[in-house]
Design a protein. Structure first.
Length: 357
């Protein structure tokens, strides 16, 4: 079995992107233990040429100049992840069009295309919905990682074949001692002005949350989940800046995915603005309080029976909510059940892949 995972990057500074890459490969290998798995994102990867914008990919459909169709035909299976949450038009139609064009080339090459476990939607534009319907219609198998995404697929005319969960739960669990108290992941994406939440309000929430946790005797370590890069959503300068204003607060910048998973496994609690900081924690048995900024958080976590999500877009007192949950000893008891539900949810995804072998 030769499998290609699209829109996955195991070298990205965003450790959530790496979790998606490694988790997708792990899911394929659960179905096919000896599978050879390649990864392809924008830029360089397994493809014979770097993958860029939508125009070159659309031209490739006509000219075949770079041999992408022939390259794709060399695989037995393509898992199209859409970066976990990019099967939507909220990131722009150019991104959606490019991803659709490459997936279409795989279909034309005669390779089964599986939409891997992911968020489906939202689609707020006519063209976005048209591209989504086209993709869903052409896919061999459609996997949704939450019930809202499954409903989104149904509304677009294609029932999801599998309702599963995030592939981070397919990753191995590190065994480490709990030597840290609270890991607080602060997002550079939200710290800087953007469309998700009010940046000023987010900054105030973070500063007050640190003060509140310290006042209750908790030891806080600031966690970067997006490493140093040229992009504005880099977490490293943000956590470094905050630590300078709070005596006794440490900073943890992991080196890679394995390092961050060991770090969250060593904590008693993770409070995270990055969804995969929280999913990494839950998948290794550490309670997590997500500070959500989009609809991709709550449906996925609700399906796993985890009710500790705080939506920054609607909460009127997020600091008080976090402090209340952080003091709840029952949080730890619920993590084992989350892992059991996630393992059960991955079973149908594995079975669906095996049918394609």
């Amino acid at each position: 079995m030769r499998a290609l995972v699209l829109w996955a990057d195991d070298r990205s500074p965003n450790l959530g992107v790496r979790a998606l890459a490694h988790g997708s490969a792990a899911l394929v290998r659960r179905a096919f233990p000896d599978a050879e798995v390649d990864l392809q994102n924008f830029g360089r990867g397994a493809a014979p040429v770097p993958i860029g914008g939508w125009r070159p990919l659309v031209r490739e459909h006509v000219t075949g100049r770079h041999g992408l169709k022939q390259w794709l035909a060399g695989y037995d299976l393509v898992v199209d992840t859409r970066s976990g949450d990019s099967f939507a038009d909220i990131y722009g139609l150019q991104r959606l069009t490019a991803m659709t064009a490459l997936s279409d080339l795989a279909v034309r090459a005669g390779v089964p295309v599986v939409l891997g476990p992911q968020t489906i939607g939202p689609f707020g534009t006519r063209r976005g919905r048209a591209l989504a319907k086209h993709t869903l219609r052409r896919a061999t198998t459609v996997m949704a990682r939450d019930h809202v995404s499954a409903e989104g697929a149904r509304a677009l005319g294609r029932e999801a074949d599998v309702l599963t969960t995030d592939v981070v739960f397919a990753l191995p669990v590190p065994t480490v001692e709990r030597t840290r108290d609270v890991l607080l992941n602060v997002s550079g994406l939200l710290w800087n002005p953007g469309p998700h939440v009010d940046a000023g309000g987010y900054r105030t929430t973070v500063e007050q949350l640190i003060d509140g946790l310290v006042a209750e005797g908790r030891k806080v370590t600031l966690l970067a989940h997006v490493l140093s890069s040229s992009k504005v959503d880099d977490d490293v300068p943000v956590v470094t800046e905050i630590a300078h204003r709070h005596a006794g607060v440490d900073v943890l910048v992991p080196t890679d995915l394995a390092d961050v998973r060991e770090a969250v496994a060593s904590a008693r609690l993770v409070v995270g603005s990055r969804m995969h900081a929280c999913l990494n924690a839950l998948s290794v048995g550490t309670p997590a309080i997500p500070l959500a900024y989009s609809r991709k958080f709550e449906p996925l976590l609700d399906d796993l029976g985890w009710r500790a999500t705080i939506d920054l877009r609607t909460s009127t007192a997020p600091v008080d909510e976090v402090l209340r949950l952080a003091a709840d000893s029952a949080l730890l008891d619920g993590v084992a059940a989350v892992r059991e539900r996630a393992e059960a949810a991955l079973g149908p995804a594995e079975a669906a892949l095996r049918k394609l072998g």
